[in-house]
Ligand binder design. Structure first.
Ligand code: UT7
Length: 337
């Protein structure tokens, strides 16, 4: 291959409203259901999450994505007109059509770019960066904007206590650029996978063409997340570990040589189990789920952005990202920042 791809800028954005575990506990009592801050912290590591007000144009998925994109472009020293291609990873688009990439393009004024959405749910950002890398390595694109953004609160059944405690809204972005093939600062390896036989572990039955949202369907909350949390937990630990080990091996980076691990932020216990199996110390793990919960495609780019901006991730360091999500999709990537 003649070219490689490197990440040159990151950005993130969150809605203003904070919802604490106590706020959720209060909401649930209205339906005669119980939870509490201690249970949620101990079982998930989550303390609070952000919730979008979609009546506020500034907190739509594409608007949060646009803010994150502008910050990423600024860090990369690029303007919106430098972007050739937009890849928008989301499972909670502004509209069924057009794509959220098109809404974002208009908002940031990326006039030269073409764009598309991809839906790999929580693995979306990793899928997006690996897709960007392929377009760059083939010579088709030079500068790609990858966004991972979600307004998942819209798809939550607030009477399902195993689901509503987990998720939050937010957006992260990265600028991925063409680099010489042997540049040290580049994406070193990646591995993507899907297992469609596990689709029903986490899915939204209605709202697509398979099932219209009729009043009856609406009353049964079939347009909201359905999740088998316990089973997903086990599959997540196994799959994340496998993806991490494969990707590290492919990059010829032993776990002890890794500087940082940026995993998908679904549950702190999942992250600890995977870090332990892969041989990574928890001091090297970037965590933001305590403050934002599981923001699906946004977890990895927002955690990455925070650690780059606060100086934990330094130039020349090697980073592993690792995600799993509904599908069941999974993907990992090793890169040098
Ligand atoms: O991006 C992918 C997104 N999804 C995930 O990653 C989900 C992965 N799974 C998980 O994170 C965990 O399975 C949960 C946090 C969802 C649940 O934790 P758990 O330790 O697996 O709990 P459990 O489902 O085994 O339930 C244990 C008990 C049950 O009560 P009984 O049957 O033992 O009496 C639940 O009814 O905890 C109860 N429970 C709760 N209690 C208080 C379930 N949710 C709650 C709650 N508050 N919110």
């Amino acid at each position: 291959m003649e070219f490689a791809a490197k990440i040159t800028g990151t950005g993130s954005a969150f809605p203003e409203r904070r919802m604490t575990n106590d706020d959720i506990a209060r909401e649930l009592t209205k339906f005669g259901l119980e939870t509490n801050d201690q249970w949620i912290r101990e079982r998930t590591g989550i303390v609070e999450r952000r919730i979008s007000n979609v009546e506020n144009e500034a907190e739509l998925n594409s608007s949060l994505g646009a803010q994150a994109a502008q910050r990423a472009l600024e860090m990369a020293g690029k303007t919106p007109e430098d972007i050739d291609q937009i890849i928008y990873a989301t499972c909670s688009p502004d509209t069924a059509l057009p794509s959220t990439a098109c809404w974002l393009q208009q908002k940031i004024g990326a006039r030269r770019a073409w764009g598309m959405d991809i839906n790999a749910v929580c693995s979306g950002f990793v899928f997006g960066v690996v897709t960007a890398e392929q377009f760059i390595r083939s010579g088709y694109s030079k500068t790609v904007l990858v966004v991972g953004a979600e307004v998942l609160s819209h798809f939550i059944n607030w009477q399902d206590r195993t689901v509503c405690i987990l998720f939050g809204d937010g957006a992260g972005a990265a600028v991925v650029e063409k680099a010489p093939a042997r540049l040290s600062r580049r994406i070193l390896s990646s591995y993507l996978s899907c297992d469609g036989t596990l689709s029903k572990l986490l899915y939204v039955p209605a709202g697509g063409s398979a099932m219209e949202v009729t009043p009856d369907v609406y009353a049964q909350n079939l347009h909201k997340f359905r999740m088998n949390g316990r089973e997903l937990f086990k599959v997540a630990v196994r799959t994340l570990t496998e993806c991490a080990l494969r990707t590290l091996e492919q990059a010829r980076v032993p776990a002890v040589k890794l500087d940082w691990f940026v995993p998908h932020q679904a549950n702190l216990r999942i992250i600890e189990a995977v870090a332990n199996r892969v041989g990574i110390s928890m001091e090297q793990v970037i965590i933001n789920l305590d403050r934002y919960g599981n923001t699906s495609a946004a977890t990895i780019p927002t955690a990455l952005d925070e650690a780059i901006r606060d100086g934990r991730i330094q130039e020349g360091q090697t980073v592993l990202t690792d995600a799993f999500g509904a599908g069941l999709t999974a993907g990992a990537m090793v890169f040098r920042w």
